[in-house]
Design a protein around this ligand. Sequence first.
Ligand code: FAD
Length: 284
Amino acid sequence: MIPAAFEYYRPKDMTGVIALLDEHGDDARVMAGGHSLIPMMKLRMADIPHLIDLQDVSGLSEIDVSDSEICLGAMVTQSDIINNESLSSSAPILREAALQIADPQVRYMGTVGGNVANGDPGNDMPGLMQCLDASFVLVGPDGERRVPAREFYEAAYMTAREDDEVLTAVIIPKPSGGYAYEKQKRKIGDYATAAAAVQITKDGGSCTSASVAMTNLSDTPVFSEAACAALVGTAVDETAIKAAVDAMLGDIDPSEDNRGPVAFKKHVAGVILTRAIERAWSRA
Ligand code: FAD
């Protein structure tokens, strides 16, 4: 399929990007790796008269790991995440999740900024960032603001980002304890039927903190506070895990599609979360 005609821009800095967004309003859209946007344009599900490529904007591809937090520039690719050793030792769940996204070709192009800004419930990084309690840095004509990932998603493809704002970075508090990203998909390269991100800490055999987020089981990623509460203070035994799964099932709202009916998706969500909790706990 061939997309509708569009003007292509390649500004060198964020001032140029914001000026173009300001000039063209709703008719303009930024492009990062293009691996979600270009297919939408080719299928004519998105008509973008003015396409602003972020590839040449400086300062968006850095990975910074400090004692307390991690900063991922918006143009950091999934492949960059997989291959960065400092990142892999500081927050190994990022690598574990990135390796389960699509295939190497997509991962060379797909960016963290595009993945979290897109608002597609099937994207893996929004739930992952909710689990890690990340914040998104947004830059617009009125300056910069930060929005917690847990407050960013409003509905499918609807987020707290304004049309004239660009997501420039993702800030992640350095995680501790055990982790797991577990994903069930129909085949390599597919989006999740269900995925779970879990971070957990342990002290003397008891769970001291837990973070649980689910992917592709609602219009938005689901951070399940109830599932976290069901684990904290327990020995994360069979009873606690079942309570966490039951709590998570009360928070998700899957719909039937080509990945299966609602009952099947809920069943898979339960299996996936059980595995993720068990693996995270074994690593804590
Ligand atoms: P783009 O396609 O360039 O942009 C996506 C959207 O985000 C656009 O609306 C764009 O305007 C907006 N945007 C991009 N960057 C910014 C920014 N910095 N600020 C504001 N808005 C921005 N993803 C998964 O998570 N899991 C999968 O299993 C998976 N499987 C895939 C399989 C295939 C075959 C393909 C083609 C893609 C798959 N993807 C999957 C999507 C892939 O990870 C994309 O790379 C990702 O969703 C979007 O990143 P991008 O950099 O390509 O963004």
